[in-house]
Write a protein that binds this ligand. Structure first.
Ligand code: PSU
Ligand code: MN
Length: 306
């Protein structure tokens, strides 16, 4: 066991008894949702993973230590703290070396999950290629991480604030399997439809687990992106959300929001512009992803034993 990562008692016990574990990220808590809904949601997501028969492992860096599984007190502390670092691949080692506190993005969570031997991870939506990236060069490190680190990531697609067709192009270039779950179309976070066909489609956790294991056997590095559409009852139709996304993007440009601040700014503005509806949808899609991730995590060891 690496002394670099600290397991919560619950995760440690799951490791000992071989129960399936699902990694969860923490940037969604610190930079993706307002307090106290963020903490409440984090707890509900953990509960959803447990209901589906797996153990949740929320990952964050606290005072320079990588925690795999957070206590209730740590979760609350993180949810309320100001000036928490947003840690991606580039920041992780600096944060640990200088004993900082930071939340992990999709990229950093994948890195930590892999170190901890966790193969499945649930989040809301991955980062991707931002609109206007041909000028800004703003492409999330999440994409390269998917190409490199063998973790299956369950998300409701990429966040619809992005340029989804460029995001799919980059994922294809990087050799990342993008697998829509149960539909042909690539989902668009708050909406089930994006107008773009997903490159791959699978309809069961068992098939996703089989593909995960097959990548390993073929010696292919990197993970899989499972794009799980938001439940029908919770979705905000594309026509409804689009004008709000466009307004938030225009404001971000006017205010010269750049780099790591872009995604949190856009999520917060869309929350305000939709009178909170985008947050409700975000919560529901994360819960939905948590359940599917737990089902995949349970299938992997079952199939490995065959
Ligand atoms: N999913 C959500 N809300 C979020 C995120 C994901 O529902 O806030 C976070 C993830 O941590 C993801 C990050 O890695 O947004 C992307 O940030 P950027 O665009 O700066 O790479
Ligand atoms: Mn970026």
């Amino acid at each position: 066991m690496s002394p670099l990562v600290k397991f919560s008692p619950e995760v440690q016990s799951a490791r000992r008894t071989g129960r399936p574990i699902v990694a969860l990220e923490s940037t969604i808590i610190t930079h993706g949702m307002p307090y106290p809904r963020n903490v409440e949601t984090a707890r509900r997501v953990e509960a959803r993973v447990r209901e589906a028969g797996a153990t949740p492992a929320t990952i964050a860096v606290m005072d320079g230590e990588i925690f795999i599984g957070l206590s209730d007190a740590q979760l609350d502390q993180l949810g309320q703290a100001k000036n928490v670092m947003k840690l991606s691949r580039a920041d992780l080692a600096v944060a640990v070396a200088t004993k900082r506190t930071g939340s992990t993005t999709v990229a950093a969570t994948m890195i930590c999950a892999r170190r901890a031997g966790i193969e499945v991870f649930a989040t809301g939506g991955i980062g991707g290629v931002h609109r206007g990236a041909e000028l800004s060069f703003d492409v999330s490190a999440d994409l390269r991480e998917l190409a490199e680190t063998p973790v299956t990531v369950v998300a409701a697609g990429a966040k619809a604030i992005l340029d989804l067709s460029k995001t799919l192009e980059v994922l294809e270039t990087l050799g990342v399997p993008v697998i829509a779950f149960g539909q042909d179309e690539f989902p668009a976070f708050w909406s089930r439809a994006s107008g773009l066909r997903a490159p791959l489609r699978l309809d069961s956790p068992a098939d996703i687990a089989a593909a995960h294991l097959q990548r390993g056997r073929l010696g292919l590095p990197g993970g899989q992106l499972v794009a799980n559409p938001i439940p029908v009852a919770a979705e905000i139709p594309r026509e409804t959300i689009t004008p709000f996304i466009e307004q938030a993007l225009a404001e971000a440009e006017q205010r010269k929001i750049a780099a790591k601040a872009v995604t949190p700014f856009l999520l917060q503005r869309i929350f305000e512009l939709t009178n909170g509806r985008s947050l409700e949808a975000n919560i529901e899609l994360v819960l939905n992803n948590a359940r599917l991730a737990a089902e995949i995590a349970a299938e992997i060891p079952r199939q490995r034993a065959l």
